[in-house]
Write a protein that binds this ligand. Structure first.
Ligand code: SF4
Length: 385
């Protein structure tokens, strides 16, 4: 890693307050890829007055505790200051009743970037889905998630409008009919030359704060509702100092795409536990190595002749069946099971795993039916993938 000196910093840093001077420190260059030329990203502004240096959330003056502010607003119902649009809130429910099936074909969306790359390839090559369908439980869950996320966004906008965090404001929020499109443009190298990939996305809100430049926000808001399992894992990561999401988390890819697309240095994640109503929040930094990492993943997809050319690989590493062989070489209970996430939720699990796939309905820890996938031992004919 080398550091790039910033000429502007050396001229004006001595006369700036400490927080801004820290923002002007040289920024580390991302490491070069091992096998592919570095991707070119546009726009990727590196504004001199944004905190691109490794500021930590301990800088409470610069980075307020928005989760605490939000909880205070939820506990103190009062006059609405931001004129939220009830129609936009209601649209989140109606969307589930009229939503068309997900279109497949070339192109990527920011919300998909953390998926298994073979799954991205099925989508990219326009393969007809043949796997997990969106059933009534999924639709109800999506609607509940959308509505509760909108509640949090709206409550945070209201809290900031009262001046709870001086200098901070939430704009372009979903509940106010906002949520505009942002785009990340990336030149992805392939053996046949570079391919321009444009990834659109919809952040939950733009956080305007001290350090904003015209057209260049200091931070973005991302709201997620999750199960107790996911929420506990994120809390554990925060407690350990690991910082919430990392490259092994699917949502990290979505948030980083948003941050790079608008040049924001920070994302604020608001997380809601669907089972308990608990709320957590944390600041997440823009990662300068993200474009290179993303380019490597997408390169495998856009270079492929079909999905089966692309490895089964999630953001956390390769995906495969459980291997549990006993001392005498006999398969033990659980041997061959496929991960319920992502494979059990994948719209292409049948073409992905082929004729060795076994599907059954099991009962989850709540006593509810749940899809379970298993791979039979290899027989003549191979796995068909
Ligand atoms: S079934 Fe699993 S490994 Fe295959 S594409 Fe889907 S998520 Fe990836």
């Amino acid at each position: 890693m080398t550091a790039r000196p910033d000429p502007l910093a050396s001229v004006i840093a001595p006369v700036l307050p400490p927080v801004i001077a820290l923002a002007l420190r040289p920024v580390p260059e991302p490491a070069l890829p091992l096998t592919l030329p570095p991707p070119r990203v546009t726009p990727l502004p590196r504004p001199a007055t944004l905190p691109t240096a490794p500021l930590r959330p301990a800088s409470a003056m610069l980075l307020p505790d928005l989760a605490a502010i939000l909880k205070g607003r939820l506990e103190s119902p009062g006059e609405l200051l931001t004129a939220p649009d009830p129609a936009a809130l209601g649209a989140a429910i109606l969307r589930q009743l009229r939503q068309a099936p997900e279109a497949t074909g070339p192109g990527f969306r920011a919300s998909q970037l953390g998926r298994c790359i073979r799954q991205l390839a099925f989508h990219h090559h326009g393969v007809r889905p043949d796997g997990r369908e969106v059933d009534y439980r999924a639709r109800a869950t999506f609607a509940l998630g959308d509505v509760t996320e909108l509640l949090l966004v709206t409550a945070l906008a209201e809290a900031l409008a009262t001046g709870a965090a001086p200098g901070w404001r939430l704009g372009e929020v979903r509940g106010a009919g906002g949520q505009g499109t942002v785009e990340l443009a990336l030149d992805v190298p392939t053996p046949r030359g570079g391919v321009r990939v444009v990834v659109p996305g919809h952040p939950d809100g733009i956080l305007h704060g001290p350090g904003d430049l015209p057209g260049q926000p200091v931070a973005l808001l991302e709201v997620k509702s999750t199960s107790s399992y996911g929420f506990t894992a994120w809390e554990r990561s925060l407690r350990s100092g690991a910082g919430g999401w990392g490259p092994g988390d699917a949502y990290w890819w979505q948030l980083q795409a948003y941050l790079h697309s608008v040049g924001a240095a920070w994302g604020y994640v608001l997380a809601l536990c669907k089972d308990s109503g608990a709320i957590a929040g944390w600041w997440q930094e823009r990662d300068e190595g993200f474009p290179e990492r993303l380019s490597r993943r997408l390169s495998q997809v856009v270079s492929s002749a079909g999905p089966h050319d692309v490895p089964r690989e999630g953001p956390g590493g390769p995906i495969g069946p459980v291997e549990r062989i006993g001392a005498r070489g006999r398969p033990l209970k659980g041997h061959g099971d496929l991960p319920s996430f992502p494979c059990g939720y994948c719209a292409w699990y049948r073409p992905c795993w082929g004729p060795r796939l076994e599907e059954r309905v099991s009962v989850d820890w709540r006593g509810r039916p749940s899809r379970a996938l298993r791979l039979r031992e290899e027989t003549e004919g191979g796995e068909g993938a």
